[in-house]
Design a protein around this ligand. Structure first.
Ligand code: PGA
Length: 257
């Protein structure tokens, strides 16, 4: 059975006061309607303060990135996975398309980050997704296969028993242009089948989130698709009412199998 997960990716947004107000309102709303698993991923510098804010609430904590290094050391500007755990993180996003496009995170580097995250006790949320050009050239499945394949090759299919995958078409991120439920379902089913070809049981239990302009208006129809197990939410995760409505849409879904 797969319980829905809603993860808020704050990206490079927030501030002490804004975080306290946002988390307070989300926690208050969730207390009234428990259900789906809910996660916030603030910028690293705020992890500890947000960890304090969510104590005793249903909200869990994730980071947006980590160093691929398994041991701490002389890596200026990097953050070791154990530091994220110590700050209160259970999850970490790896391979977000903004990191792939802007910060040189290659498939191989993403796979190494995934491996390190697991080695250090964090649950990776592996982001995969095609650009508009790739979709128009009918490359979507090839891109997904390559991005997921890098992790399968380095870490093995068993690693996906302790991970989450997020399908995030690049053309839908921050653009207001969402994949249709049918497009999302097709990509999610493809990803699950890639895992299923190696291990049916792990594939059936794997949560695959959709990300890309999820909002209160479209969340319900996306989450109703049989292989969509929740969302990775960017812009809408910074607005408490919108985020709570998305959580409610996920809560309305029965666990899928
Ligand atoms: P968006 O971002 O919801 O603002 O499109 C999603 C993401 O990048 O994770």
């Amino acid at each position: 059975m797969r319980q829905s997960l809603i993860a808020g990716n704050w990206k490079m947004n927030g501030g002490r006061e804004a975080n306290a107000a946002l988390v307070g309102r989300i926690a208050g709303g969730l207390a009234e309607r428990p259900g789906a698993e809910v996660l916030v991923c603030p910028p690293a510098v705020y992890l500890e303060s947000v960890a304090r804010l969510i104590q005793g609430t249903a909200i869990r904590l994730g980071a947006q990135n980590l160093s691929e290094q398994e041991k701490p050391g002389a890596f200026t500007g990097e953050i070791h996975g154990a530091m994220l755990s110590e700050a209160g993180c259970e999850y970490v996003i790896v391979g977000h398309s903004e990191r792939r496009a802007l910060y040189g995170d290659t498939d191989a580097a993403v796979a190494r980050k995934f491996k390190t995250a697991q080695a250090l006790g964090l649950t990776p949320i592996l982001c995969v997704g095609e650009t508009l050009e790739q979709r128009e050239q009918d490359q979507t499945e090839a891109v997904l296969q390559r991005q997921l394949g890098a992790v399968l090759e380095l870490c093995g299919v068993e690693s996906l028993a302790r991970a989450v995958v997020a399908y995030e078409p690049v053309w839908a991120i921050g653009t207001g242009r969402t994949a249709t439920p049918r497009q999302a379902q097709a990509a999610h089913a493809f990803l699950r089948a890639q895992v299923g070809a190696r291990d049916a049981r792990i594939a059936a239990a794997l949560r695959v989130l959709y990300g890309g302009s999820v909002n209160a208006g479209n969340a319900g129809t996306l989450f109703a698709e049989p292989d969509v197990d929740g969302g990775l939410v960017g812009g809408a995760s910074l607005k408490a009412d919108e985020f709570l409505a998305i959580c409610a849409a996920a809560q309305a879904q029965l666990p899928k199998s």
